[in-house]
Design a protein around this ligand. Structure first.
Ligand code: NAD
Length: 261
């Protein structure tokens, strides 16, 4: 018996990294998945890859979830394509690191707008389809240990990720009456473009992402010398999205290999 048979999931920022691995895992578990990204090419490629493995299980909706209308377009597209909406994964996020005294307004805004406001936009947009009696919906927000213990150079990111924890608990309380559960996962270092060595890393919208080599070594050292793969990171999201976590709501799962405890 698959864990998500007959379910419909929307996963933001699922053209790459953790979101993409989650979309593939959800399809393997029987869900229909609306893949979303702001970047059209990875969004379409991820949906194509899933459809190759699990025919008809994925579609792609290019939308910017920092905009209210982008978030609504995404939820509407999922329901139009698959007929309903059961699961929302607020995964889209980005890093824009700088020390406090050097951080620009633009770096603050982009980080907070994607991780925190984007999640709010999506939850509000999903209310049209989820906020109904006995809906039995599930929402999973993707946070970071930076939101739990802070991180040098990440005042924007750690603030946004900490905010997601409060958001999770509010949704859990406000929508419990509709049978909707809302939980949050907080990762240590997962191997994606956001955490590769900054010196040789990807440039995203004009800014180098990644972690400086020396700091990266320290962070991975605190996780017993290992990073998580996106496929490993997808499993706790599946746990919160499936019946395996029935009756668990407003909870945080820290997945950091002991970096935070
Ligand atoms: N990689 C890690 O170590 C790590 C650790 C803790 C938390 N996280 C969180 O996990 C989530 C996924 O990160 P990842 O490492 O897979 O990164 P990633 O960059 O591989 O994937 C994130 C995706 O989100 C998309 N995106 C960005 N802005 C968007 C927008 N406005 N609308 C729609 N899509 C948008 C990006 O284009 C990208 O494809 C993020 O919230 C990140 O903060 C990651």
């Amino acid at each position: 018996m698959r864990k998500l048979d007959g379910q419909v999931a929307v996963i933001t920022g699922s053209g790459r990294g953790i979101g993409k691995a989650t979309a593939m895992l959800f399809a393997r578990e029987g869900a229909s998945v609306m893949v979303n990204d702001i970047d059209p090419a990875p969004c379409e490629e991820a949906a194509n890859e899933i459809n190759k493995a699990f025919p008809g299980k994925a579609a792609c909706c290019v939308a910017d979830i920092t905009k209210g209308e982008g978030a609504q377009k995404l939820m509407d597209a999922a329901v139009e394509k698959f007929g309903k909406m059961d699961i929302l994964i607020n995964n889209a996020g980005i890093t824009r690191d700088a020390m406090i005294h050097k951080m620009t307004d633009a770096q603050w805004d982009v980080c907070v707008n994607i991780s925190l406001k984007g999640a709010f936009n999506c939850i509000r947009a999903a209310s049209k389809y989820m906020r109904h009696p006995n809906h039995n919906g599930r929402i999973v927000n993707v946070s970071s240990v930076a939101g739990l213990m802070g991180n040098v150079g990440q005042i924007n990111y750690s603030s946004a990720k900490a905010g997601l924890i409060g958001m999770t608990k509010t949704v859990a309380r406000e929508w419990a009456a509709f049978g909707i559960r809302c939980n949050v996962v907080a990762y240590g270092v997962v191997d994606t473009r956001l955490t590769r060595e900054k010196e040789t890393g990807d440039v995203v919208e004009g800014e180098q992402v990644g972690i400086p080599k020396k700091i990266r070594e320290l962070m991975i050292g605190a996780m017993g010398g290992k990073t998580l793969t996106p496929e490993e990171a997808a499993k706790p999201i599946l746990f919160f999205a499936s019946d395996d976590s029935n009756f668990i709501t407003g909870n945080l799962l820290n997945i950091s290999g002991g970096a935070y405890m």
